[in-house]
Design a protein around this ligand. Structure first.
Ligand SMILES: *[C@@H]1O[C@H](CO)[C@@H](O)[C@H](O)[C@H]1NC(C)=O
Ligand SMILES: *[C@@H]1O[C@H](CO)[C@@H](O)[C@H](O)[C@H]1NC(C)=O
Ligand SMILES: *[C@@H]1O[C@H](CO)[C@@H](O)[C@H](O)[C@H]1NC(C)=O
Ligand SMILES: *[C@@H]1O[C@H](CO)[C@@H](O)[C@H](O)[C@H]1NC(C)=O
Length: 180
């Protein structure tokens, strides 16, 4: 019965499936996370050209400077370390789309503007180092959603107001360095 049904499958459908497969496997182009990172870079001033190898022609951002991916058949960005690269500009909310991100280190740069609340969407973050920049405004309450957080450093910015209460509730937090 099963094989009879398979034999009756219209060949046009089979061709469609074959074409979809071909498109999926041969149609190169930067993956979604790569585009998120390029969106991020658009708001970054990179005077010393540290991010010149962030190439839209690559299939994924996994080989880019500062980027590390998980291993496996669909590698995802797990860490972004742009520490100490003389970068300035602002941090685009697109960062929140990096769903597998566990470590974000933007420390020792000249980033300004507010900390995007969307970072709270990176729910697997265990390390967030935004210290030694020029970030302004209040610390977004959304960061309190980051339940896996272990290292959290916002020192030496122009932030004001309290660290959101929720961050104190982060069960696994070992190293909380806030404010100032
Ligand atoms: C990426 O991983 C390699 C090896 O695991 C490590 O040496 C390197 O520091 C990591 N880079 C970043 C940006 O985390
Ligand atoms: C990021 O890279 C710097 C060296 O460039 C290193 O000192 C720092 O520990 C890294 N941050 C993380 C979170 O691994
Ligand atoms: C950053 O800029 C300073 C000078 O403004 C320079 O001494 C230093 O090497 C630069 N660092 C990097 C990582 O480009
Ligand atoms: C990301 O976070 C923002 C602000 O916290 C929220 O409004 C938005 O819906 C979130 N987006 C996704 C895709 O989760």
């Amino acid at each position: 019965m099963g094989s009879a049904a398979a034999a009756r499958t219209p060949w046009a459908l089979q061709l469609g499936v074959a074409l979809a497969f071909l498109l999926a496997t041969t149609c190169h182009g930067l993956n979604h996370e790569g585009w998120l990172l390029l969106t991020l870079r658009k708001q970054i001033v990179d005077t010393f050209h540290h991010l010149d190898d962030w190439n839209p022609e690559d299939p994924s951002p996994c080989g880019w400077k500062g980027v590390n991916c998980s291993s496996g058949s669909t590698p995802a960005v797990v860490s972004l370390n742009l520490s100490n690269m003389n970068l300035s500009g602002t941090v685009d909310p697109s960062i929140g789309g990096l769903a597998e991100l566990t470590n974000l280190d933007l420390s020792f740069n000249g980033f300004s503007g507010t900390i995007p609340a969307e970072i709270g969407n990176c729910s697997k973050l265990t390390g967030l180092n935004l210290n030694n920049n020029q970030f302004q405004g209040t610390i977004p309450a959304e960061l309190g959603k980051l339940a896996m957080m272990i290292t959290f450093n916002l020192c030496n910015n122009k932030l004001f107001g309290a660290i959101p209460d929720e961050i104190g509730n982060m069960a696994s937090l070992e190293d909380l360095v806030g404010g100032d």
